[in-house]
Write a protein that binds this ligand. Structure first.
Ligand code: GDP
Ligand code: MG
Length: 163
C-alpha cells in the first residue's frame, strides 16, 4: 500500500498551495478568505520517485461558525490518524500564533513522524518566524516556499528519512 502523508496546520499557512505543488495539479482550492468552504482533498504524488498519497486538510464551514473549531479539529485528527508522516505547516512571516497551538498539540499527541515546514520564507523572509517554530516541539523547521518551490529538496530529503 502507498504510504499516506497529511498536511496539517491552521488556516491560511499555505497547506493547499503545498498540496497543489506536490500533486502537480490544482486539485485543492487556494483562497485567503477565511471561512470559505473547502473540502478535504486527496491526491497521489510521485515526488522525485517517492510515491505516496497526500491529504490536504481544511474543512471550514462558513454556515456554522459555532462548530468551526470542532469541525477543523475532527478533520485534522482523522487525517493524522491515517498518516504515516505529517507535514506541519506554519506561516514563517506571521510567526507562531495562538491558532497554531491546537494543531501542534494534536500532532504531538499522535506521536507520528512530523516534518515542520516554515512556509512563505521565499527570499530569506520569515527567519524570525522559523526560529519561533522551534517552540512547537515538532523538531527543526525547513524554511520553505510552497508558492516558489524553495526548500523542496530539503523536504524530499526529510520524506526519504521518514517514509
Ligand atoms: P491553507 O488555508 O493553509 O490551505 O492556505 P492556502 O494554500 O489557501 O494559502 C493561503 C494564502 O497564502 C494564499 O493567499 C496563498 O497564495 C498564500 N501562500 C501560500 N504559500 C505561500 C508562499 O510560499 N509564500 C507566500 N508569500 N504566500 C503563500
Ligand atoms: Mg487550504
Amino acid at each position: 500500500d502507498m504510504p499516506t502523508v497529511a498536511i496539517v496546520g491552521r488556516p491560511n499557512v499555505g497547506k493547499s498551495t503545498l498540496f497543489n505543488r506536490l500533486v502537480g495539479k490544482k486539485l485543492a482550492l487556494v483562497d485567503d478568505r477565511p471561512g470559505v468552504t473547502r473540502d478535504r482533498r486527496e491526491g497521489d504524488v510521485n515526488f522525485g520517485g517517492l510515491v505516496f498519497r497526500i491529504i490536504d486538510t481544511a474543512g471550514l464551514e462558513e454556515a456554522d461558525p459555532g462548530s468551526l473549531i470542532g469541525r477543523m479539529r475532527a478533520q485534522t485528527e482523522a487525517a493524522i490518524l491515517e498518516a504515516d508522516v505529517v507535514l506541519f505547516v506554519i506561516d514563517a512571516r506571521a510567526g507562531i500564533l495562538p491558532a497554531d497551538q491546537p494543531f501542534a498539540d494534536m500532532v504531538r499527541r499522535a506521536g507520528c513522524p512530523v516534518i515542520l515546514i516554515a512556509n512563505k520564507a521565499e527570499g530569506g523572509a520569515g527567519m524570525a518566524g522559523a526560529y519561533e517554530s522551534f517552540s512547537l516541539g515538532l523538531g527543526d523547521p525547513i524554511p520553505f516556499s510552497a508558492e516558489h518551490g524553495e526548500g523542496i529538496g530539503e523536504l524530499h530529503d526529510a520524506l526519504i528519512e521518514n517514509l
